[in-house]
Design a protein around this ligand. Structure first.
Ligand SMILES: NC(=O)c1ccc[n+]([C@@H]2O[C@H](COP(=O)([O-])OP(=O)(O)OC[C@H]3O[C@@H](n4cnc5c(N)ncnc54)[C@H](O)[C@@H]3O)[C@@H](O)[C@H]2O)c1
Length: 350
């Protein structure tokens, strides 16, 4: 399985995964509309890869296109077949990901995320490509307890974004059931990816409103925002702030390579896998680590709890550790250092 289509390959997780794919000898087609990313990512990928192995530059092809348009997806499958480089597997990142925006614009989210995924699956079926890794999310769980979240915990998303993800999972399940002797599917349920590639050439580049904690910390660190607002200091945790499972972006990227290798080497099946470190970190612990590693101060203040937030969202990652040849290698310190290095090198993004 050497020719892989990556939808959303210019985005945060997609770009780091494309790099890992290239490093691992795959031929990669990237399809991205750049609605939430920059095409300059492709230039950066070429810069990094050419420093290691110039020959691999030719293993990357980018098409600007939208998965809401069948003809854009078809064009990439057709070109690949015509060039004798038939696509054998897909990693499907493209999607809109703001919970807040999904509540205000559900139509936009269902169309982009769900209709877009249906289009992609139609074309995969047509071109007999039956291997897919889907970017799912911990937001599909509704976890009010203190336990780590297992894959068989109840799926009860509380916003349109989460419902998009759980619906796509259900739909992939139906696709698998319709042809279980051919489909190979992994739903990777991400926890909280942060950090950047150590080169400082790739990182998270949010366009528009920034909601996630790590990009906000970077904005405070660089004095673009005065202070970080922490939602609630009265949670029942060691310091009163929420607990999350932060995972280094390169660990997450490498998880996709191992997922592909697993699907390649095993019988058709569908799997749901949490991908996180399994370690819970409070918001204050994240801030303190960031300050210590980068030798700077992050001013913060506490505000009330945010509607829909959960106290404790940590992966039980025993299933992925058992099934894939994958373990997270990077520490919270690495995440804080690499993320800040990315920001210092690219204060205005790409
Ligand atoms: N970042 C996270 O914390 C996180 C957590 C769980 C799941 N996810 C999921 O992982 C995937 C990747 O996340 P990310 O953080 O890299 O997001 P991102 O916004 O950086 O990347 C998504 C990419 O998809 C592209 N895209 C969006 N709609 C498209 C369309 N209709 N056609 C073609 N391209 C389109 C965007 O331009 C962008 O490059 C998303 O599906 C997201 O929901 C992300």
């Amino acid at each position: 399985m050497k020719n892989i289509l990556v939808t959303g390959g210019c985005g945060y997780i997609g770009s780091h995964t494309v790099l890992s794919l290239l490093e691992n000898g795959y031929f990669v087609y990237v399809l991205d509309s750049n609605v939430n990313s920059s095409p300059l990512v492709i230039k950066r990928l070429i810069e990094i890869i050419s420093q290691k192995d110039k020959g691999k530059i030719n293993n990357l092809q980018f098409l600007e296109g939208d998965i809401r348009r069948l003809e854009n997806i078809e064009s990439i499958f057709k070109t690949a077949s015509d060039n004798n480089k038939k696509i054998n597997g897909v990693i499907h990142f493209s999607g809109l990901k703001s919970i807040k925006e999904s509540i205000n614009y559900p139509l936009k989210y269902w169309e982009n995320n769900v209709v877009g995924s249906i289009n992609l699956l139609k074309m995969m079926d047509k071109y007999e490509c039956k291997t897919i890794i889907f970017s799912s999310s911990a937001t599909i769980y509704n976890n009010f307890g203190k336990e780590k979240i297992k894959e068989n915990c109840s799926i009860k998303p509380i916003n349109p974004y989460g419902r998009n993800k759980s619906t796509i999972e259900l739909f992939l399940n139906d696709i698998y059931e319709s042809d279980p002797i051919n489909w190979k599917i992994i739903n990777l349920r991400y926890f909280n990816p942060i950090g950047a590639h150590c080169s400082g050439k790739l990182g998270e580049n949010p366009i528009g409103l920034v909601n996630n904690i790590f990009p906000l910390i970077l904005k405070v660190a660089s004095k673009n925002i005065n202070q970080l607002k922490i939602f609630g200091n009265d949670w029942d945790t060691r310091d009163g702030t929420c607990i999350r499972d932060y995972i280094h972006i390169m660990d997450l990227a490498n998880g996709h390579i191992e997922a592909l290798k697993f699907l390649q080497g095993n019988n058709p099946q569908i799997l749901n896998l949490n991908i996180g470190t399994g370690s819970g970190i409070t918001v204050l612990e994240l801030i303190k680590t960031f300050e210590r590693v980068n030798n700077l101060k992050i001013p913060y203040s506490f505000v009330g709890r945010r509607k829909g937030d959960m106290e404790n969202v940590v992966a039980d990652n025993s299933k992925i550790l058992e099934i894939l040849n994958w373990v997270p290698k990077y520490s919270l310190e690495d995440m804080c250092r690499d993320g800040w290095n990315w920001h210092l090198t690219n204060p205005n993004g790409y």
